[in-house]
Design a protein around this ligand. Structure first.
Ligand code: GAP
Length: 457
């Protein structure tokens, strides 16, 4: 049976706060339930996740284009999409303590009692998960707009705009990342389920009849994306939805699940949405959203395959999978083995000490390296403690400047994962770091480089 990465959620929550990855929203006021703020390192990690996705899904493909649609959309969008009528969970409330639960979370409980205080529960009623607000100065029914609960609809309503302006032919996709909001009844497990979160969604338009093949293609492609970025394959699985689980628009759906500390849970959903969305928007908008198929000389309504990932859940899975504790020279070392593409800081420049003789060269190296990579300069505390700090935030490489560097203009590069160190001339430092960040083994030395066995590991 698969084992989790071994780390419990509390450790990740604590590291996230201590090192500035993720904070509770509005913490000084006691916090706002189920909303989270990304700190200085978290924002870099999150950007890197989105950039890795954008690169793989848009920039490296000929059959994909990007979009950035607004969060607020015409309210009819949500009538056509089915969200006004169907985007609801069954809610029960405790008559004593007034806590609310999703009825389907309690389906195994036989006595209809509150799991918190044992009080009597109300009958289930459907609760719509969309947040409402008002557009303009008058707060009436006519001014109601919704905060989008998925980014997908911004893509569907722009299908014709993109088709006409980009002259794409089927099959092609439109990709978008952005915020989504759901008034979830139950939240929790840190950033796993929150009320404000980010999605990375693709709507891939295909000819009807080719949809099953593309569906399969996409769930394999997306599974491999997580593996390429360092997630242990043993911690991922594909699970097909049962008929009773399918969303109102889906013909079929697979979840990519990650083995989170609380068990296997959804990381990303890949759905075959059929022609539901384009047909619905065509009907409600009375616009022609069909596609002219030059092969058959017919107008068709494309089918849509939708790989829909959560940015926050991906961040959480990458953090959990990267977290390792080990003993090095009888001391505990916490190391985040993040893929270099995701690591918030790529290189740390560390003078051996604060000795003023070292500073000019250390600053020179820092000035050079930071032009190429996100780099942190640190000259506080002992070199060993500074290495540990960088290990804990996942920095793949540390560059150390010592007294010998003043004579030979060579510096040490230390690898976070293997703790191997090489010594390289300054003129090849940037090229060597670029090669190592791209995965070149530490044993490969640049011209004039050598193995170095000196410092604290
Ligand atoms: N457009 C399809 C769609 O939105 P979904 O399965 O409801 O499908 C897609 O959501 C992804 O968005 C999920 O796999 C998850 O990663 C993320 N997600 C959904 N609800 C979330 C929440 N409340 N908090 C954090 N992430 C969430």
């Amino acid at each position: 049976m698969a084992q989790t990465s071994g780390v419990d959620m509390e450790k990740i929550v604590s590291l996230s706060k201590r090192r500035g990855f993720i904070f509770q929203s509005s913490e000084i006021y006691g916090g706002l339930g189920s909303c989270w703020d990304y700190g200085p390192l978290g924002v870099e990690l999150k950007r890197n996740v989105k950039e890795a996705w954008w690169k793989a899904m848009v920039q490296e493909r000929d059959d994909m284009v990007g979009l950035d649609a607004s969060i607020l959309m015409h309210p009819q969008t949500w009538v056509a999409s089915g969200h006004v009528q169907q985007f609801a969970d069954p809610l029960v409330e405790c008559k004593s303590c007034h806590l609310r639960f999703r009825a389907d979370d309690l389906k195994d409980s036989k006595d209809n009692k509150c799991p918190s205080c044992g009080g009597q529960l109300t009958d289930p009623r459907m609760f719509n998960l969309m947040f409402k607000t008002f557009m303009g100065p008058v707060e009436g029914e006519a001014a109601v707009v919704y905060l989008r609960p998925e980014t997908a609809q911004g893509i569907f309503v722009n299908f014709e705009n993109v088709l006409n302006s980009s002259r794409k032919k089927l099959p092609f996709g439109i990709a978008q990342t952005g915020k989504a909001f759901r008034n979830e009844i139950t939240t929790g497990n840190f950033i796993f389920r929150s009320r404000e979160f980010e999605q990375m969604e693709v709507e891939f338009f295909v000819k009807p009849g080719t949809d099953k093949d593309w569906f399969q293609y996409w769930f394999q492609e997306r599974f491999n994306w997580y593996v390429k970025l360092g997630i242990d394959q043993e911690h991922l699985r594909l699970r097909q939805h049962g008929k009773d689980e399918l969303a109102h628009y889906a013909l079929d759906c697979y979840d990519i699940e990650y083995l989170f500390p609380m068990g296997w849970s959804e990381l990303e959903g890949i759905a075959n949405r059929g022609n539901f969305d384009l047909a619905q928007h065509a009907k409600y908008s009375r616009k022609d959203l069909s596609y002219f198929d030059e092969e058959t000389q017919e107008r068709i309504t494309p089918y849509i395959i939708e790989p829909s990932a959560g940015v926050d859940r991906s961040v959480l899975a990458f953090l959990l999978d990267a977290y390792h504790e080990e003993v090095v020279e009888k001391e505990k070392r916490v190391v985040l083995r993040l893929h270099p593409a995701l690591a918030p800081i790529k290189v740390a420049v560390l003078p051996l000490s604060r000795n003023e003789k070292l500073l000019p060269l250390a600053k020179e190296v820092y000035g050079e390296v930071r032009r190429a990579f996100v780099t942190q300069y640190d000259d506080s505390q002992s070199i060993g403690r500074r290495y540990r700090r960088q290990d804990e935030i996942g920095t793949p490489f540390c560059v150390t400047i010592d007294f010998q560097s003043l004579d030979d203009r060579q510096v040490t590069i230390r690898d976070r994962d293997s703790l191997k160190q090489i010594r390289v001339p300054l003129e090849v430092l940037k090229a060597t770091l670029a090669a190592k960040l791209a995965g070149e083994p530490m044993e490969v030395l640049p011209p004039g480089g050598s193995q170095w066995l000196g410092f604290d590991s």
